[in-house]
Design a binder for this molecule. Structure first.
Ligand code: P53
Length: 484
């Protein structure tokens, strides 16, 4: 008897991003991207979980003057650029139905504002898509996963400048035309809400150049919303039948107690997070956000036609990342406590990862139900997983039972949510092969089913090795989630 509830054709797979995977940062005509400029900071010197901002022109000049000195892990990735055949063969062995990856924008348009694309970059992704097709693996492609061409930062201060909308749409149309017939699932912006945490990584903004940071960030986001909607329109016109979605770093927030103040605080945090999907799925700015802008002297400049574009070209599905849940409090002094990711209060009912992220499988079910209630569109979990230290035993094995436990618990809750009526179409666990961490640039924060022999300083053979979770996930997929 079936005990799990995954529908036929459920899209099981794994997720990656070009900047953390490909390496070859200066090969094949690729231009520099914002993440090529973020260097490794050892744990002892790191202020907090996230270390990925460049703030000023001066800082950027200094980094550029360094050229190849220093430790810039995202420039080397795990060398997927040269090893994609071997890696895709391993994904196929696990039975992946889909593989989430991103196209590096500066591989296609090295500066971001040219008219003519770089053929060598286009040809690289042709080879990758053809390799996936050999095994019947559907690519799920993110157009922008923290890979803004650096030139767009220097010349335009990133997405603060309206002209980026046209540059992005031109890039999107170029790849839709090139890869129609090869790619049927697309995402516009990865974790579109990340700009509220890092203006540089999310929107390519050097904050020293702007007077009112929040104003600049929300204006940049408006440009991204418009660009995303225009990309949706272009995708539907160029590749009829393709599906294109948005992508949110989902932050499920609980009230610390049943005090109405805590409940209200949690609700407001939740609204701030769902604002992004409200615009991209419903097609308009929610009233609570307009009120927030007014209250905080934020004026979004909109052009005639913007609201229409947002309303007429909403996404086909909603995708999101989910790693942890958070706790909110109505008493301001509590908010400064550091218990979980960023600020936030520690939840005493949950375990915490080595990086301080609080593990909450049931929270995934809460979020699936809440988001399906609110939006009534298909949902796709495109990131979830456990960043952990792995140990290679003397016999070469890697026994990552903790990772299996994490994934099993989350997949169980997905099954329950589906049983309870949620339309969930797929699951791609994050970092299916070990790659460079987005937040800390560490190699030692590993998520994969496949181990990659490299340390935080780039030493290692880059050899690939199956972990215990490799065979486990293979069985999960083969049984459509029945054998966990
Ligand atoms: P790392 C913060 C919070 C939630 C998701 O993150 C985040 C971040 C940024 O660190 O990013 C997503 O590698 C992102 C991926 C990233 C993954 O989560 O810091 O889309 O690129 O690698 C995990 O452990």
């Amino acid at each position: 008897m079936k005990t799990k509830h995954f529908p036929e054709g459920f899209l099981w797979g794994g997720a990656t991003a070009a900047n953390q995977l490909e390496g070859a940062y200066n090969e094949g005509g690729k231009g520099l991207s914002i993440f090529d400029m973020v260097s490794f900071v050892p744990k002892e010197e790191r202020g907090h979980d996230i270390e990925m901002d460049v703030k000023s022109d001066q800082e950027l000049e200094e980094l550029l003057a360094k050229k190849d000195e220093g430790n810039f892990p995202k420039r080397r990735g795990i060398d997927f650029y040269h090893r994609y055949k071997e890696d895709i063969a391993l994904f196929a062995e696990m039975g992946f139905k889909t593989f989430r990856m991103s196209i590096s924008w500066p591989r296609i348009f090295p500066n971001g504002d040219e008219r003519e694309p770089n053929e060598e970059g286009l040809a690289f992704y042709d080879r990758v898509f053809d390799e996936l097709a050999k095994y019947g693996i559907e690519p799920l492609v993110t157009l922008s996963h923290y890979e803004i061409p650096l030139h767009l930062v220097q010349k335009y201060n990133g997405w603060t400048d309206r002209r980026l909308v046209d540059f992005f749409v031109h890039y999107a149309e170029t790849v839709f035309n090139r890869y129609k017939g090869k790619v049927n699932y697309w995402l516009t912006f990865n974790e579109i809400n990340i700009s509220t945490f890092s203006a540089y990584i999310g929107s390519g903004i050097l904050v020293d150049r702007v007077e009112h940071k929040e104003q600049a960030v929300y204006q940049a986001l408006h440009h991204q919303f418009v660009a995303s909607a225009r990309a949706v329109k272009a995708c539907h016109e160029i590749i009829p039948g393709a599906m294109i979605g948005c992508m949110l770093a989902r932050m499920e927030v609980y009230p610390e107690t049943c005090s109405p103040d805590d409940v209200l605080a949690a609700l407001e945090e939740d609204q701030k997070n769902l604002f992004f999907t409200d615009v991209q799925v419903r097609g308009y700015y929610p009233s609570f956000m307009r009120a927030y802008f007014k209250e905080n002297n934020i004026n979004i400049e909109m052009l005639p036609g913007d609201e229409e574009v947002l309303l007429n070209h909403t996404v086909d599905f909603l995708s999101f990342s989910y790693y942890m849940s958070m706790v909110a409090s109505g008493s301001p002094e509590k908010i400064k406590e550091k218990g979980n990711f960023f600020t936030g209060i520690k939840n005493p009912f949950l375990e915490t990862s080595d990086w301080g992220w609080q593990i909450d499988p049931k929270g995934l079910r809460v979020t699936l139900k809440k988001m399906y209630d609110r939006y009534q569109v298909p949902l796709f979990i495109v990131e979830n997983g456990l960043g952990a230290y792995d140990k290679v035993e003397e016999d070469g094995s890697i026994n990552d039972d903790y990772r299996i436990d994490y994934l099993r618990a989350h997949i169980e809750q997905m099954s329950e949510a589906i049983k309870e009526g949620v339309d969930l179409i797929g699951y791609t666990s994050w970092g299916c092969i070990d790659l460079i961490s987005a937040g800390t640039s560490e190699m030692s924060k590993r998520y994969g089913f496949i181990y990659v022999d490299q340390d935080d300083y780039g030493n290692g053979t880059l050899e690939r090795r199956k972990k215990k979770s490799f065979d486990w996930y293979k069985n999960v997929i083969a049984s459509n989630g029945e054998v966990l």
